[in-house]
Write a protein that binds this ligand. Structure first.
Ligand code: SF4
Length: 399
């Protein structure tokens, strides 16, 4: 298997995720929402049922816990469920959120105090596009405040963007703004599903993959110029961006359990596979064995013309973060390393042990991510590694 593809079974085991969708209720009105607005009044998961699913997932070997919806922060029991997740054993607890309520420092602080470690904010294009797309005036400003609050609380932060046609013109500007002013370096770009509200809006809002090519290329170049990795991509196929397949979610199995607000439980890999198919021409493609396939609804709307079989796998175009000492923006793992070292120098063993325990570093477990990030910081002059009394010692270089 080529190196860029390699994720060991051990890492996949340690990153198994359970996503608990608490309800379909939401405090925004996104035009592209993949949930059916008619479900919003549904009462959602009872707290005791959510708790039961969280305990069961831990017992079944899931090691990351996510809350989504709807909007999970509108659930009055969220704080207690985060605390329960922590008690069950989860050290990585993530929210998928529009960020509106997280601008409240007291509320965000309470969630972090209970065990929240990571927030993925749903952001859509440039700030002016965002407010219109989510149907809430001032939403972009609140998100920015939420990002500052969450950063100050030591929370890991990332941005998810749904690629709608109105957001495309401002995509590069939106990413640039989050990079430079929000200090966010982790982006996931999502091709929308034609479900829920988006099913009715697809004609107006859904771009074809060909329309996406230019804006995506500009985002790739922007991140590369900053010395950062390309964004993660959801609902893409390798033939659309050959060489970037290792950044495509679904390239490796998701290994995720999804609990719906009505209590249904599904395996994400199975439900994704059920919604996809392969155009006939894919039979000849070098990617066929690993490709996640194309959404049936996409094929019905745009046809199969854009999916061109490849005779051979493309060389990887993905480069890791640069070690240029002038790089301004640090990745989440690099920030995590500096946080670990903020209390003083650590020997390698203590350093890795602390990385295992701290909620900031759960992405790093089982892999080489902590030491990789630390090595990069050494080469950038941000961390010092000295050999003393038969062991390496790591310390942060003061600014
Ligand atoms: S199998 Fe089909 S959809 Fe997948 S990469 Fe190949 S041509 Fe594209």
């Amino acid at each position: 298997m080529p190196e860029a593809d390699f994720v060991s079974e051990a890492v996949l085991e340690q990153t198994r995720c359970v996503d608990v969708s608490l309800s379909w209720a939401c405090n925004a009105r996104c035009r592209f929402c993949s949930q059916d607005p008619a479900r919003r009044p549904h009462p959602g998961l009872a707290e005791r049922d959510a708790a039961r699913h969280i305990w069961a997932a831990w017992r079944d070997g899931y090691r990351r816990l996510g809350f989504s919806g709807g909007e999970p922060t509108v659930d009055p029991g969220l704080e207690r469920l985060v605390a329960l997740g922590r008690r069950a054993g989860f050290r990585s607890i993530r929210l998928q959120s529009n960020g509106l309520k997280l601008a409240d420092a007291d509320y965000a602080g309470l969630l972090v105090d209970r065990g929240l470690t990571t927030v993925r904010l749903s952001v859509h294009g440039a700030p002016s596009d965002h407010d219109a797309l989510v149907g809430v005036l001032g939403a972009a400003a609140l998100q920015r405040r939420a990002a500052r609050v969450l950063r100050s609380l030591g929370c890991r932060l990332g941005v998810n963007m749904v690629l709608t046609r109105p957001a495309l013109a401002g995509l590069e500007a939106g990413v640039a703004e989050w990079l430079r002013e929000g200090g966010v370096t982790s982006f996931t770009l999502i091709y929308p599903r034609f479900e829920g509200a988006m099913a009715a809006e697809a004609a107006a809002l859904a771009p074809s993959f060909s329309e996406l090519a230019g804006p995506l290329e500009r985002v790739m170049r922007l991140l590369e110029a900053e010395g950062l990795e390309p964004p993660l991509l959801l609902h893409f196929t390798p033939c659309l961006l050959p060489g970037y397949e290792s950044r495509m979610l679904g390239w490796h199995r998701f290994d995720a359990r999804v609990v719906e607000p009505d209590g249904r439980v599904s395996d994400l890999d199975e439900s994704v596979a059920a919604s996809k198919e392969f155009p006939e021409r894919c039979a000849a493609c070098a990617y066929r064995a690993r490709c996640p396939g194309v959404d049936r609804a996409y094929l019905a709307r745009f046809g199969a013309g854009e999916f061109a079989p490849r005779a051979a796998r493309a060389p990887s175009r993905v480069r890791g973060p640069s070690v240029d000492p002038g790089r301004r923006l640090l990745t989440e793992n690099e920030l995590c390393v500096l946080r670990l070292l903020s209390g003083g120098a650590l020997g390698t063993e203590a350093f890795l042990r602390r990385a295992e325990r701290t909620p900031l570093c759960q992405d790093c477990r089982g892999g080489q991510s902590v030491t990789d990030a630390a090595e990069r910081l050494v080469r950038m002059g941000r961390v010092r590694r000295t050999f003393r009394k038969g062991r390496y010692e790591w310390s942060a270089v003061p600014d």
